[in-house]
Write a protein that binds this ligand. Structure first.
Ligand code: MLT
Length: 404
């Protein structure tokens, strides 16, 4: 008789954004006349930039001719894309990352979920609290997190690093030593960030205790302030302790077309074993690469026209962030984020729980957001709104919220 991976049974409820989607569908079915504004999941709304569309069309045409047709992609991704990434995202920032340390994939969500596979199940993870739920849930599936306490909403074998108003939503070094540390800056969900000096402390700490940092830089394009690192490889010593995850979803609108990459420096080793080799083995065995047409579209992100067009797109979303943040402040809410990230993190009013506020907002304003507690126990009493909607919807949502 077959047996299932019963770690899956330990997972409480469904994936956060699936739960929200179900609730919103039920509300919409019961209220077909209401125009719901979705500022929940961080999904983009602006069309792909012209430079990207041109690259897609060109690549599709190539696929239609025997001389330029492409089958399976190379294991690590096409050289043209990895070279563009190495130059633009690393060399131009003074970071030492070679093209063959970059693994192209179909997105950072998959990579952030899959990367834990190359580590022993005995490793202890440390996560920010609140946190992007994929990091924890995928470690639960692997059997790395111990038992779940529904009262505290915590796993016995996970080190939680609270990010609250008291520490400016920036985690402190954990008291218990972890093996794997997940960090995401600019942060999802709080929109907070840390300075280069603060990130350097994490790198020094990881090298000192022999931990690896899995650094999710998905929101890097939204950094507007000086002294906020765009990549962990700006820090000295990161090559021996860090893996970086990057997405094309948020900077270039690829949520529906899918593309991302992971950087594993060859200096990152456990004894004599390079983590790069393990991930290369996994990639080669379980994955056949992001489609050629996607990788050509990714290359266009780094073209001169692509850069100009995408800077405008980022500015569009950041203007929404400003509208949402200032509107909430005018309405008397306590708000943070929205300066280096497309997420606005607000305190729920009148002691409401995060889910109570979710229902209240949906019912009274027909606006969807994300309950802070869905990201971890320290998110209770908070709520996230995304700036990835349209400008018109962001303005309309705030008008409705002000009238509540
Ligand atoms: C979010 O809303 O937190 C993100 O869109 C999720 C993701 O990028 O997978």
């Amino acid at each position: 008789m077959f047996k299932i991976n019963d770690n899956y049974l330990k997972l409480p409820g469904s994936y956060l954004f699936s739960t929200i989607a179900k609730k919103v569908s039920a509300f919409q079915a019961a209220n077909p006349d209401k125009m719901v504004i979705r500022l929940g999941i961080g999904d983009v709304t602006q069309p792909l930039a012209p430079a990207i569309i041109d690259a897609l069309h060109g690549a599709v045409d190539e696929m239609g001719k025997a001389e330029t047709f492409h089958g399976y992609a190379p294991d690590l991704g096409y050289e043209f894309l990895r070279t563009a990434i190495a130059k633009n995202d690393y060399a131009d920032r003074g970071c030492d990352i070679a093209a063959d340390e970059i693994f192209v994939s179909d997105g950072a969500k998959c990579d952030s979920g899959n990367i834990q596979e190359i580590f022993s199940v005995d490793n202890k993870i440390a996560v920010c609290d609140p946190v992007y739920p994929v990091y924890v849930d995928t470690n639960v599936m692997a059997g790395r997190t111990g038992t779940y306490d529904p009262k505290t909403e915590m796993w016995s074998d996970v080190i939680y690093m609270p990010c609250t108003e008291a520490n400016n939503f920036s985690p402190e070094l954990p008291k218990e030593t972890p093996d794997i540390i997940y960090l995401c800056f600019p942060n999802n969900p709080t929109g907070a960030t840390i300075t280069k000096a603060q990130l350097q402390e994490w790198v020094d700490y990881a090298n000192r205790v022999g931990a690896v940092i899995i650094y999710d830089a998905a929101y890097e394009a939204y950094i507007s302030e000086e002294d906020v690192p765009h990549t962990i490889f700006e820090c000295e010593g990161a090559r021996t302790c860090a893996i970086e995850l990057k997405s094309f979803s948020k900077n270039a609108g690829f949520t529906g077309t899918r593309l991302g990459y992971t950087v594993i420096p060859k200096d990152l080793k456990c004894g004599d074993v390079m983590l790069h080799s393990l991930w290369a083995r996994r990639h080669g065995t379980k994955y056949n690469g992001a489609p050629y047409i996607q990788q050509r579209a990714g290359e266009a992100v780094y073209s001169p026209e692509g850069k100009v067009q995408l800077a405008k797109q980022v500015a569009y979303y950041m203007n929404n962030a400003k509208v949402i943040k200032e509107g909430l402040q005018e309405a008397g809410y306590t708000v943070s984020g929205g300066v280096n990230a497309p997420y606005i993190w607000l305190k729920t009013p009148d002691g409401m729980t995060s889910w109570e506020f979710f229902d209240y907002l949906l019912e009274k304003a027909n606006v969807v957001g994300t309950p802070g507690s869905g990201f971890g126990p320290s998110g209770e009493g908070y709520f996230r709104l995304t700036a990835f909607g349209t400008y018109e919807n962001s303005v309309a949502a705030l008008e409705r919220i002000k009238k509540m």
